[in-house]
Design a binder for this molecule. Structure first.
Ligand SMILES: [Zn+2]
Length: 430
């Protein structure tokens, strides 16, 4: 009798001990994305057989599946040997300025901005820096949206492109824009192949100085080597397009490296100037068709519309792509950071899809897949000064990531095998 009581007591004690030693109590807020190969955006390798651990929409850590610290009992999503990479960042897009082929105030709405941010997100673009000509409603969305729960790409933006006519008008033009607290400012130094007047160095120098007085970096749209050097000498913080009229030279490289200025190549912007002269091959691409508006595809095949994609500008930019690709590789090899950027958003520059074409063109130009991926994640975030919370899967940053069926290190085209997209730890509705 006595011994069976003792046995019962020790059993109870044993089970209490077992219960307690089973590890710390489960942290109910942890979410474990298990059985994946994870690329954090920093290292040169995938962490095979790993788990991404998040909490309240942010990254906690990446652990090997055999690591004893792997939280047991936490809510978990089995990714079945798929691939995790950081969400893609488009360093040069545009939101809310067009709907289909239409532009102007009648298409300006918060709803249109939101729809486009959701479209980017479904293609794995989890952050967009919109560089100019957004409607006022885009600022409202930027300031009020909960991107994680709404399944929308995070938005940063410059507001209207600055274009004062004299240096004296620059401070006021910049100050008035500052009421909206833009993330960047934007200027355009371009004479439209001789069809309009180009902003003078005196004017852009005054704008850059004003912008810097407000602690806001400035992105410059340029076409020529000479203008690229000019804006850099005046302090521009980003070249928003490729140099397209000439090979880049050592002087430009030095100017860029000196202040660590990045460039967004926007190859697909050039493509959009001539590609619709005939029916483009991607009109048969299922990855395009699943999101594209059939009416827009139809309109772009009307002879009178096709006509708009021929002529001098079309011829110039068709040739300019090759120069731009050579220039990107020359800058890249010299240590200039290339930030993936497309200039998508204006009519017939298809948001989401064009980013994939852009990255494929970067790979075709000579970058390896890891270089392209770095350009579209970590570098894009660093270059656009949003890397404190975005661009990599490091502790404390937003859990913005893609789950892919196929390994993107093998080919950038594997980015098309999107299984799911997460923004702030929430799965985007696709
Ligand atoms: Zn642009």
């Amino acid at each position: 009798m006595n011994s069976s009581i003792t046995r019962l007591a020790s059993l109870i004690i044993l089970s209490i001990l077992l219960f307690v030693s089973c590890g710390e109590p489960v942290d109910e807020d942890l979410l474990v994305f298990s059985n994946a190969a994870v690329w954090d955006g920093v290292s040169q390798t995938m962490q095979e057989n790993s788990a991404l651990i998040t909490r309240h929409g942010r990254v906690v850590e990446i652990l090997d599946m055999n690591d004893p610290d792997l939280p047991t009992g936490a809510e978990s999503v089995d990714l079945n040997n798929r691939f995790i990479i950081p969400g893609l960042v488009n360093a040069h897009g545009h939101v809310g300025m067009a709907k289909g082929l239409q532009t102007g105030p009648e298409v300006h709405s918060e709803e249109n901005v939101r729809d486009q941010l959701k479209l980017y997100a479904r293609y794995g673009i989890t952050t967009v820096v919109s560089l100019g000509d957004e409607p006022q409603q885009a600022f409202t969305v930027r300031d009020e949206a909960d991107f994680s729960s709404e399944g929308m790409a995070r938005l940063f933006m410059s507001g209207p492109v600055l274009n004062p006519s004299t240096p004296d008008e620059a401070p006021e033009a910049v100050a008035s824009l500052m009421q909206n607290n833009p993330d960047w400012t934007k200027i355009r130094v371009d004479d439209g192949l001789g069809t309009r007047e180009k902003m003078s160095p005196e004017v852009y120098t005054a704008i850059i100085e004003s912008s810097h007085r407000h602690n806001t970096p400035l992105a410059a749209h340029i076409v020529t080597l000479e203008d690229a050097k000019g804006v850099l000498q005046s302090g521009a913080d980003l070249l928003a397009h490729s140099v397209r009229n000439a090979p880049v030279d050592d002087e430009l490289i030095e100017l860029m490296l000196e202040r660590d200025v990045c460039i967004t190549p926007t190859f697909t912007r050039e493509l959009s100037v001539f590609i619709y002269a005939e029916r483009p091959p991607f009109f048969d691409d299922p990855f395009f068709l699943k999101e594209a508006d059939p009416n827009v595809i139809e309109q772009l095949q009307q002879p009178e519309v096709q006509q708009r994609y021929t002529g001098r500008a079309a011829d110039f930019f068709r040739e300019a792509i090759h120069q731009a690709e050579l220039n990107m590789m020359r800058l890249h090899n010299a240590g200039v950071r290339i930030a993936m950027g497309t200039d998508s958003g204006p009519p017939a520059r298809f948001q989401g899809y064009f980013e994939h074409i852009e990255m494929e063109m970067m790979q075709d130009a000579g970058m390896n897949p890891i270089e392209v991926l770095t350009s579209a994640t970590r570098y894009a975030a660093e270059c656009m000064r949003i890397d404190e919370e975005l661009g990599t899967l490091e502790e404390g940053k937003w859990a913005d990531f893609l789950v892919l069926d196929d390994n993107p290190f093998e080919s950038i085209r594997n980015l098309r095998t999107i299984h799911s997209v997460y923004i702030g730890g929430n799965e985007v509705d696709r």
